[in-house]
Design a protein around this ligand. Structure first.
Ligand SMILES: [Zn+2]
Length: 266
């Protein structure tokens, strides 16, 4: 009996320490705000025609489902009520009215992309971006109402942000981590001796480069390194290894800055 108790106790201690030692999850789930349970209860109680009202789980589920969906996107045109076929709903396909910004769409959804780090070459981000910018250009919407012009300006700003963020491997990495609820501090100092030595070496060679030819040579070497770490990020991110992902981002940040420095000198 004693033995058994001891065993149980030990098991409990182990699992407790596992819980205590486990790293806190940094992931956060962002959902549109939902009405509180007590608020819903009040709502059902005050509107129910039957005095012997019972508050069922399916009622609650339906209510939550409906309110979630009605808040999640602009499905209907604010002007004519036509239903959108595909996001992004910049313009109404029926009355050509500019639609308000849909904050529930992330940058990947804006471009109709799957939420993953790698972007195929044929995704044609640039083409879509240019096409939208043309449509949203102030010269083209100047005859529209003030409300629509304001919507167009908002949409345009967001499309610009989305394009620049997704186009660049580094900012795309930081952005996709943010969507996972992981904040990356790019300013964190590098403490790895090997990497520090490499940084010093590269800096020296940039400073001592005699001409633009040698600067360009260094640049293509750094671009290779950037590509390598971008691939490392992709792998780490895919397997949800966020510490490795952050490490890759930090290195990419450094190489990105070296390239900026080289461009300044060219
Ligand atoms: Zn419409």
């Amino acid at each position: 009996m004693m033995k058994k108790m001891y065993k149980t106790k030990k098991l409990w201690t182990t699992s407790l320490s596992t819980i205590l030692l486990a790293k806190p999850k940094t992931q956060t789930l962002i959902l549109p705000s939902l009405p509180s349970i007590s608020g819903l209860k009040h709502h059902y109680l005050s509107t129910s025609p039957q005095p012997q009202f019972s508050f069922s789980a399916s009622n609650l589920r339906n209510h939550l489902f409906n309110s979630f969906h009605s808040q999640s996107s602009h499905e209907k045109c604010w002007n004519c009520g036509a239903v959108a076929e595909t996001p992004p709903f910049l313009f109404c396909h029926s009355c050509r009215c500019v639609q308000p910004l849909d904050h529930s769409l992330d940058y990947f959804q804006i471009f109709g992309l799957e939420k993953k780090y790698e972007i195929e070459d044929d995704a044609n981000l640039e083409g879509m971006y240019k096409q939208w910018q043309k449509k949203l250009h102030p010269d083209l919407v100047h005859s529209k109402s003030q409300k629509e012009r304001a919507y167009a300006a908002e949409q345009s700003e967001r499309v610009i942000d989305a394009y620049h963020t997704l186009k660049d491997p580094l900012s795309r990495a930081i952005y996709i981590m943010k969507l996972e609820g992981v904040h990356v501090d790019q300013e964190e100092t590098i403490s790895e001796p090997e990497l520090l030595a490499e940084i010093m070496e590269i800096r020296e060679s940039v400073e001592e480069a005699p001409d633009s030819n040698s600067l360009n040579q260094i640049r293509s070497q750094i671009e290779e390194k950037l590509k390598h770490w971008s691939n490392s990020f992709a792998n780490a991110f895919r397997s949800q290894k966020f510490e490795e992902s952050i490490d890759a981002i930090r290195r990419m940040t450094y190489y990105d800055r070296v390239i900026e420095e080289i461009v300044k000198r060219l």
